[in-house]
Design a protein around this ligand. Structure first.
Ligand SMILES: [Zn+2]
Length: 389
């Protein structure tokens, strides 16, 4: 079966490179929900043309998501892929032509993050289907707003991932990777906006009556960031605004706060620390409030995740793609939600490339078929009771 699938993948390489080009040209910046839905519709038509089943998930404020399935009646535990349809690039970020290929690299919005990964999953499913693989259900969960941490689809989006990953033998998130490592854990984050009110007065004649919101912000930021530790929790004030003129005591200030952490139990430590400092006034007379503007829970580095990574690495080495080292990463992904659903989960096994989130973003085209082969072999050769609880 594995050899047959490899042949299918080789024979269809150019077709899937073309598919990737068309998907990149359908720009899908997260807030442009109609664009995201147009890409979902394009993928739906493609998947259906390959005999796969497609369910369209509509969200109130986000573009459409997709659930692509095959073999749903099979008796062994399912395998799920996850990926996202959106990119971080507003239309117009990339000069025409939006997508171009040079020296085996394809440049364009979302090439490596993560339309290349979407194409790998589609190629694997088509190959398995055509080669007669019927042992397990295989599904692909596609989310419309991962780049905003599901900030538009909200709990419904996260539930869409969790519900479809629950009970799976393996959940594989196809974010880009380097081909040498495999992500088994990721940090979580809570994003805050903090607002401070003081009293604006003339900084010369009425200095004593002024209450500086900026000075209060400075105290708070230093206190909040003080315990930052790269190995545990980090706090970062990335933006600050305040005041109206050089000779006015600033009556208002605002700053943003981002943090990263590893373990679910650290979430409460962060909230207590940050919100305790926000509640306290360093400068008498100031008042502070906050909003939580986004949140991503961590991907816990479970034993199951390590076991799945070890299996994929074993198969990868067996077929000449080299071993993959399990790694913990600082950035977030939807693999947090598949892990929370109890499925053995890994991330960063999609294509290699670089400059994600920049106008020079690219994917190495040869990595598309390599990863498609590696992962289809990992699915075909997944031990029968793997992931059974
Ligand atoms: Zn991504």
């Amino acid at each position: 079966m594995t050899e047959k699938v490899f042949r299918y993948i080789e024979e269809h390489e150019s077709e899937y490179v073309q598919l990737l080009k068309e998907m990149v040209e359908l720009e899908s910046y997260t807030p442009d929900v109609d664009d995201v839905s147009a890409l979902a519709d394009f993928i739906k038509k493609f998947a259906e043309s390959r005999g796969l089943n497609v369910f369209v998930k509509e969200f109130e404020k986000a573009g459409n998501g997709l659930l692509i399935t095959m073999n749903e009646q099979a008796s062994m535990l399912p395998v799920a892929f996850t990926g996202h349809l959106d990119t971080v690039h507003p239309r117009g970020t990339f000069k025409e032509p939006v997508c171009r290929t040079e020296d085996g690299k394809m440049y364009g919005p979302g090439t490596v993050d993560m339309k290349g990964g979407l194409v790998i999953g589609l190629l694997i499913m088509s190959a398995l289907k055509d080669c007669g693989y019927i042992s397990r259900p295989v599904r692909f969960i596609m989310i419309p707003d991962e780049e905003l941490s599901e900030g538009l689809s909200l709990e419904e989006g996260k539930d869409f991932i969790r519900n479809n990953a629950r009970g799976c033998a393996a959940a594989i998130t196809l974010e880009g990777g380097d081909g040498k490592s495999i992500t088994v854990g990721r940090k979580g984050s809570i994003r805050y906006k903090v607002y401070i009110k003081g009293r604006a007065t003339h900084a010369g004649s009425a200095y004593a009556q002024g209450i500086s919101a900026i000075k209060e912000a400075a105290h708070k930021i230093l206190a909040i960031e003080a315990p930052s530790d790269q190995a545990q929790i980090t706090y970062n004030c990335g933006m600050i605004k305040g005041g109206t003129s050089p000779n006015t005591v600033p009556g208002e200030a605002m700053f943003t706060l981002y943090n990263r952490y590893w373990k679910l139990e650290q979430r409460q430590i962060i909230r207590d620390h940050v919100e305790g400092i926000i509640a306290k006034s360093y400068i008498e007379g100031t008042e502070s409030s906050f909003d939580i503007v986004g949140e991503r829970l961590p991907m816990d580095a479970t034993e199951d995740n390590y076991a799945l990574a070890a299996h994929i690495s074993f198969v990868s080495e067996k077929y000449g793609f080299g071993p993959l080292e399990p790694k913990l990463k600082s950035s977030g992904s939807d693999a947090s939600y598949t892990t929370m659903a109890g499925a053995p989960s890994v991330c960063s096994v999609g294509p290699s490339g670089g400059r994600a989130h920049s106008p020079e973003e690219f994917v190495n085209l040869e990595s598309i078929t390599k990863r498609a082969k590696m992962l289809s072999a990992a699915i075909i050769e997944l031990p029968e009771n793997f992931g059974a609880k």
